[in-house]
Write a protein that binds this ligand. Structure first.
Ligand code: NAD
Length: 252
């Protein structure tokens, strides 16, 4: 991947952001790789190691639940403590300046909030992986508690309040999308004048369709990603370079 964007592309990006009245940022796993969190599809990414467990399998098999939670905690332990990167900080600066109104993320790492974007300006389409919850009564359970249950008990942990199924607060394949988050994301895509799609291969639907909603509603679309995406052809500007290096200019 190219580290720095071409000068002309970078200038176009800064000019388009400058001219925009209402920017919406849409992020994927690529914005967090510089923080040490692997993405899904790059070599060495999570999918080259694990086949995903879909929602139906998770719900129907206690063994799959134990396996899914164990894997998740293993990756979390390998990744260790994470802090926002240059891309997160640049987006936080655009929000703080009133330039960007909303951050829509497919990521589950909570790093936009950690970079200072107020929680009500972050829409998490695929949930949040920094905690677990009961799928029945929605009681929150901390991941350290889940880890302790897995270490000390057989089977999968159950909710201490209602006995329900415990899952990380993320959205798995086959699990219904959070309706309120989808609505907010679609509304924002329809009303912005510049949509920045950053660090996503734009392959996971329905989230991947949101940049297209923005484009069709008249917004300009900029895609910043290290490799080609499904929507490069319809974008007004495609920057195929490192995200942190490209966006760092907004940090000054
Ligand atoms: P993806 O893995 O499909 O795509 C990430 C893209 O980012 C790739 O095309 C890759 O080339 C690019 N990329 C990686 N590092 C980059 C960098 N430094 N500069 C420029 N480009 C870079 O990820 P996705 O589109 O977000 O979809 C995968 C799903 O995986 C999402 O739904 C998300 O929930 C989940 N996921 C989240 C995290 C996280 O929370 N950090 C991590 C892995 C996967």
């Amino acid at each position: 991947m190219q580290a720095m964007p071409d000068r002309t592309e970078a200038e176009s990006l800064y000019r388009m952001v400058d001219a925009a009245r209402n920017v919406v940022a849409f992020t994927g796993a690529g914005i967090s790789t510089e923080c040490g969190i692997p993405d899904f599809r790059s070599p060495g990414g999570v999918w080259s190691r694990f086949k995903p467990i879909d929602f139906e399998t998770f719900m129907s098999s206690e063994e799959a639940r134990r396996e899914g939670l164990t894997r998740f905690l293993k990756v979390r332990a390998e990744v260790g403590e994470v802090r926002p990167g240059r891309g997160h900080r640049a987006i936080a600066a655009l929000v703080e300046a009133g330039k960007a109104s909303l951050v829509i993320t497919q990521n589950i790492d909570g790093l936009h909030q950690a970079s200072g974007v107020p929680a009500d300006k972050v829409v998490e389409l695929h949930g949040n992986g920094t905690y677990a919850h009961c799928l029945g009564c929605r009681t929150r359970h901390e991941l350290d508690w889940v880890a302790h249950q897995l270490e000390t008990k057989v089977g999968a942990p159950a909710c201490t309040v209602c006995g329900g199924i415990i899952k990380t607060a993320t959205i798995s394949f086959g699990q219904p999308m959070p309706p309120e988050a989808m609505r907010q994301a679609q509304d924002a895509a329809q009303s912005c004048d510049l949509f920045l799609a950053i660090g996503s291969s734009l392959q996971v639907y329905p989230a991947a369709g949101i940049p297209l909603i923005a484009r069709r509603s008249g917004a300009r679309l900029i895609i910043i990603n290290g490799e080609p995406t499904s929507f490069d052809e319809v974008a007004d500007l495609v920057i195929r370079a490192d995200i942190g290096s490209t966006l760092d200019r907004f940090n000054y």
